[in-house]
Ligand binder design. Structure first.
Ligand SMILES: C[S@@+](CC[C@H](N)C(=O)[O-])C[C@H]1O[C@@H](n2cnc3c(N)ncnc32)[C@H](O)[C@@H]1O
Length: 246
């Protein structure tokens, strides 16, 4: 098995996030139709999809390209009684096979970076009904002049990362306006994501002690966690809640 997926298998979340932040973001979206159509892009194992199902009355289509994550969500949707309102599809965010427009709300936690904020907003906006919303989280610089070590780390690992003002500017130039934004708490990085990963790295280090390639991947993941421990005041995940201009 690919070591990346061994590190990431069966985690509660596949990126920083928490139920309270999902609900908080949703609380800023006030005038959805009674039965909104919602698209969750890059849903992963779907923790936020379930929170959306619990806190809205609409239908949610959850898409991702990694089938084991979708299977996990399918099981969760069934056991929590939401399988009639959550539809799951293995589709890529680069080419979404839905009528245009179709959705009242697009949700995407920790996934728009894959297509890039600007390209994502420009293409996904065509799927939104007039006045539709996007709620997304995106890794963003929180303070100017980060120390060299963390600046270099993120320039190598996510060169597209910009600060909040720059993201708000992209939002404006792609035909949206901001409803609100907030920084996710540091606990949302660790409780459901980094802490379970760190525990797993420890056991995989033993299992792969004679496999240099696997150890490289394990060390690279550990480095990401160490960066956050040391420099989390400089960067974070930001929830951006935005609405299509009419
Ligand atoms: C950082 S994870 C976030 C998952 C989930 N939203 C969460 O917060 O737990 C990014 C997700 O994007 C998915 N992904 C990667 N490439 C994709 C693509 N081209 N289209 C749709 N999803 C993709 C990955 O499989 C992964 O589940």
């Amino acid at each position: 098995m690919d070591i990346f997926f061994e590190i990431h298998r069966d985690l509660p979340r596949e990126g920083p996030g928490d139920d309270k932040s999902t609900r908080q973001a949703l609380s800023f979206i006030r005038n959805l139709p009674p039965k909104p159509m919602i698209l969750d892009i890059g849903c992963g194992p779907g923790q936020q999809t379930l929170v959306l199902a619990q806190n809205t009355t609409g239908k949610i289509i959850a898409i991702d390209t990694h089938q084991p994550f979708l299977d996990h969500l399918q099981r969760q949707a069934q056991s929590s009684g939401f399988s009639n309102r959550i539809a799951i599809a293995n589709e890529t965010m680069f080419s979404l096979p839905f009528p245009q427009p179709y959705f009242d709300l697009i949700w995407s936690e920790g996934a728009i970076y894959i297509i890039g904020v600007e390209q994502g907003l420009r293409s996904w906006r065509n799927l939104l009904n007039p006045g539709g919303y996007i709620a997304m989280t995106e890794l963003s610089w929180l303070k100017p002049d980060p120390p060299d070590e963390v600046l270099t780390y993120w320039q190598n690992n996510y060169p597209g990362m910009v600060n909040i003002a720059q993201n708000l500017n992209i939002i404006k130039t792609t035909g949206f306006h901001e409803i609100n934004h907030f920084v996710l708490p540091k606990s949302s990085w660790w409780d459901n994501y980094y802490s379970p990963i760190e525990a797993r790295l420890l056991s995989l280090r033993g299992k792969y002690c004679n496999n240099p390639q696997a150890l490289m991947e394990i060390n690279a993941t550990q480095k990401e966690l160490d960066m956050h421990r040391k420099y989390s005041d400089w960067y974070g995940y930001v929830f951006y809640i935005i609405q299509l201009n009419t």
